[in-house]
Ligand binder design. Structure first.
Ligand code: HEM
Length: 415
C-alpha cells in the first residue's frame, strides 16, 4: 500500500470552465486522486472505468451522507454550496433494504410497458416543440436550443409523469438549476432547501386531494396502503429526485448530442443517410456515443467506505467521500482506447457508465434514451442544415461540478 501523500491534490473548479481538460489532469495524476471541493472540503475521485465500477458494486461502500466524516465533525455547514446534491432524503442516499424500499415503487412505475405507452404522447410533445422553434428566432434567425428545445421536452415529460401542475414548473426549474450549480451563495442554498419542501409539499397535498394517473398519486396510494413504505419526507424527497434527475440530465444529453453533430459535419451526413433506412439504430448510436464521450453528469456525490479500502494501492479511509466522475470515465483510454476523446458514432457497442452502475444505476435510462432519440430525430429531420450560430469554443459551460453541458446553444435553424 502506497501513501496518498505523493499524489498531487487537485482543486476541482466549481465553474466547470474547462471540464474535460480538468478531467485529463485528474487522469494523469493517477487512478485514485485526492481532490478539493468548494470550501476546501476534501474528497477522492477514481479515474479508471473498471476501478469505479468495482466501487459502484461494492457492499463496503455507503451512500449515506451522514456517514461522511466531514459532515459528522461539522466541517460542512448547512449552507455549503453543494448541499442540494448532498443532503437528500431518497433512494440516492439510502443503502441496502432501505434503498430497495425507496427504489422499488419507482422502478415498478417506470416499466418498459409504460415507456411504450408514453411514446405517442412524447412524440406529440416533441412535434409541438419543434413546430414552434422558428417562432423564437429573431431577425438573425438565431434560436437558443437550450431554452426552446432541450429544456421544454424533458421538463414536460417528467412533470406529466410525476404529476406536477403547469403553474409549479417555472419555480421548480429555478430550484433544480440552483442545486446543480456549484457556485450557489449560502443564503440561496438555505432558501432553495426551504422552497423545495414548500413547493413539493403543495404538490403532494394537491395529489392527495385530486389523484391523477401519475407517480405522485401512485406513491401516495402506496403510502396510504402501507404506512411503513414511505415517510412524508421520503415522499417529497423522491418526487423531488424524479423531477431533478429526470430533466437536467436529459437537457444536457440533448445539447451535447446536437453540439457533437454540428461540430462533426461528416458524421452528421452519415447519420442523415443512415437515418433514412434505420432511424432507430442510427439515433441510438448517436445517443450512446454522446453519453460516452460527453456524459451529462460530470461528477456525482458521493460514496463513503464503511472501512478503510485500498484501490490501486491507495488507501481511502473509512468515512471519506468518493466522487463518481462519469464524464471523465467515458474518455478513459484504458477502457475505450487511445481515441476515447473523439466522438465517433461508428464505434462498436460501447458500454459506458453515464447511467452509473450497480444497485443505484439510473432507473430512468430507458426513458432518457427514448426521449433523446425521438427528439434528436425530429429536430434534424426538420432542420437538416442547422448550424451553430457562434464558434463552439465560445460556448459557456454550466457552472457546475455535476452538470456537464452549456448554458446556451445558439443555432441558425435554416442557414
Ligand atoms: C440515478 C444518470 C435520466 C432518475 C442516476 C445515476 C446516474 C444517472 C449516473 C447514478 C448516480 C450514482 O449513484 O452514482 C442519468 C442520465 C440521464 C438520466 C445521464 C439522462 C440522460 C434520468 C431520468 C430519470 C432519472 C429521465 C427519471 C425518470 C434517476 C433516479 C436515480 C438516478 C431516481 C437514483 C437511483 C438510485 O439511487 O437508486 N442517473 N439519469 N434519471 N436517476 Fe438518472
Amino acid at each position: 500500500t502506497s501513501s496518498a501523500d505523493q499524489i498531487p491534490v487537485i482543486t476541482l473548479d466549481p465553474t466547470g470552465a474547462d471540464h474535460h481538460e480538468e478531467a485529463a489532469r485528474l487522469r494523469a495524476a493517477g487512478p485514485v486522486v485526492p481532490v478539493l471541493l468548494p470550501g476546501n472540503v476534501p474528497a477522492w475521485t477514481i479515474t479508471r472505468h473498471d476501478l469505479l465500477l468495482d466501487v459502484l458494486n461494492s457492499p463496503d461502500v455507503s451512500k449515506d451522507w451522514r456517514t461522511w466524516t466531514c459532515v459528522r465533525n461539522g466541517v460542512i455547514p448547512d449552507d455549503w454550496s453543494l448541499t442540494g446534491m448532498l443532503k437528500v432524503t431518497n433512494m440516492v442516499t439510502a443503502d441496502g433494504a432501505a434503498h430497495q424500499r425507496l427504489r422499488r415503487p419507482v422502478t415498478r412505475y417506470l416499466t418498459a410497458r409504460r415507456l411504450q405507452e408514453m411514446r405517442p404522447r412524447i412524440t406529440t410533445l416533441i412535434g409541438d416543440v419543434v413546430d414552434t422553434l422558428s417562432t423564437y428566432a429573431g431577425n438573425a434567425e438565431i434560436v437558443d436550443l437550450r431554452q426552446h428545445f432541450a429544456y421544454p421536452i424533458p421538463m414536460q415529460v417528467i412533470c406529466e409523469l410525476v404529476g406536477v401542475p403547469e403553474a409549479d414548473r417555472p419555480v421548480l426549474r429555478q430550484l433544480v438549476e440552483s442545486i446543480f450549480r456549484s457556485t450557489t451563495p449560502p443564503h440561496e442554498v438555505i432558501q432553495t432547501q426551504a422552497d423545495i419542501y414548500r413547493v413539493l409539499g403543495q404538490i403532494v397535498q394537491l395529489r392527495q386531494e385530486q389523484p391523477g394517473p401519475d407517480l405522485a398519486s401512485d406513491l401516495i396510494a402506496i403510502q396510504r396502503h402501507d404506512n411503513a413504505a414511505l415517510t412524508d419526507d421520503e415522499l417529497v424527497g423522491t418526487l423531488w429526485l424524479m423531477i431533478a434527475a429526470g430533466h437536467e440530465t436529459t437537457v444536457s444529453l440533448l445539447l451535447n448530442a446536437i453540439r457533437a453533430l454540428l461540430t462533426h459535419p461528416g458524421q452528421l451526413i452519415t447519420v442523415q443517410e443512415r437515418a433514412h433506412t434505420d432511424p432507430h439504430r442510427t439515433w441510438t448510436a448517436v445517443v450512446e456515443e454522446t453519453l460516452r464521450v460527453d456524459a451529462p453528469i460530470g461528477n456525482f456525490m458521493a460514496r463513503y467506505p464503511r472501512t478503510d479500502i485500498t484501490i490501486a494501492g491507495v488507501t481511502i479511509p473509512a468515512g471519506d467521500a468518493i466522487l463518481a466522475p462519469y464524464s471523465l470515465l467515458g474518455r478513459d483510454p484504458d477502457h475505450f482506447g487511445h481515441d476515447a476523446h473523439l466522438f465517433d458514432i461508428s464505434r462498436p457497442n460501447v458500454r459506458h457508465l453515464a447511467f452509473g452502475g450497480g444497485p443505484h444505476a439510473c432507473p430512468g435510462a430507458g426513458l432518457a434514451r427514448m426521449e433523446a432519440a425521438l427528439a434528436l430525430s425530429a429536430l434534424f429531420t426538420r432542420f437538416p442544415a442547422m448550424q451553430l450560430a457562434v464558434p463552439d469554443s465560445t460556448l459557456t459551460p454550466i457552472a457546475s461540478l455535476f452538470s456537464n453541458s452549456v448554458q446556451a446553444l445558439p443555432v441558425i435553424l435554416n442557414p
